[in-house]
Design a protein around this ligand. Structure first.
Ligand code: MG
Length: 281
């Protein structure tokens, strides 16, 4: 083995693209809902029932990380199903949701994504590199801190602001964790802030839709987990948007872990962010 190398220097874009190719094989091998609905019998460390496709997808991503360790890189991985996997250095964190939007993947609904974030600290503010690949529509989103964000090779325009209906409500608001009970509980805020709602079923992809200003904002109606939002939130911020985890002490203080801590809220302006921070009940 060669000497230890800083995992921040890894070509993470290339690693993520290799993982996408592997995950495409996993999904192609189980094309039907019946195949994709098979459960392992376990729950991931995030609490959801683990599907076989989740576990196979995670194996692909961890296989790429194993290869990095072989080349001398050290870091710690946190993945939705497996939890923490120690690759020898706690200072660089790799936050993985192998399939964000597993229900969509299971049912053949387009938006389901690989989400990977690389951080040099323990909170959302510390994410250095972010990658989201939406398998349903074959869109690749990525961002690097202080360098910008891209969708399928095109730089996202940080100057884009929200669109509003004539009465001032945001034209299109993404909602996630769209359980009818939580929609009911948040109804007053939704009525006040949104002209139309869209629920894609993937927090990572919904955040990317704010990054590209397809959505004027997004809210998760219940606390999200670090694994869901870590990559998407940097993509929003590097694309000129703003993000908040309103139940944390500071806007980006949510920890990079698999526990639900705070709803995630994103918008194209601070005014819109403040309007949306009060939506989740
Ligand atoms: Mg997942």
């Amino acid at each position: 083995m060669t000497s230890t190398r800083s995992a921040l220097d890894v070509d993470w874009l290339a690693v993520c693209r290799r993982a996408v190719a592997g995950l495409e094989d996993v999904l192609a091998q189980s094309p039907s809902t019946a195949e994709r609905a098979r459960e392992t019998g376990d729950r991931g460390c995030g609490g959801d029932r683990t599907l076989e496709i989740d576990r196979s997808a995670e194996r692909v991503v961890l296989g790429e990380l194993d290869a990095l360790r072989e080349r001398g890189y050290r870091f710690v991985a946190l993945s939705e199903e497996r939890g923490t996997v120690d690759y020898g250095d706690q200072r660089v964190r790799v936050i993985i949701d192998p399939i964000d939007g597993s229900l969509n993947a299971k049912r053949g609904i387009p938006h389901h994504a690989l989400s990977i974030a690389i951080a040099d600290g323990g909170t959302m503010a510390d994410v250095e590199f972010a990658y989201v690949y939406d398998f349903g529509v074959a869109e690749e989103w990525w961002a690097r801190r202080d360098e910008g964000a891209w969708c399928s090779g095109a730089r996202l325009d940080p100057a884009l602001r929200e669109r509003r209906a004539r009465d001032g409500r945001l034209e299109v608001l993404g909602i996630e964790a769209a359980d009818p009970r939580w929609i009911q509980a948040s109804l007053a805020g939704l009525l006040a802030s949104a002209y139309r709602l869209r629920a894609l079923g993937s927090i990572a992809v919904a955040l990317c839709h704010v990054a590209s200003a397809r959505f004027d904002g997004m809210v998760s109606l219940t606390p999200s987990r670090g694994v869901d939002a870590a990559a998407g939130q940097l993509i929003v911020r590097e694309a000129g948007g703003v993000v908040s985890f309103p139940r944390c002490a500071e806007r980006l203080a949510a920890p990079l872990d698999a526990a639900p801590r705070s709803p995630v809220v994103a918008a194209r302006s601070l005014d819109a962010l403040h309007e949306l921070e009060v939506v989740p009940a």
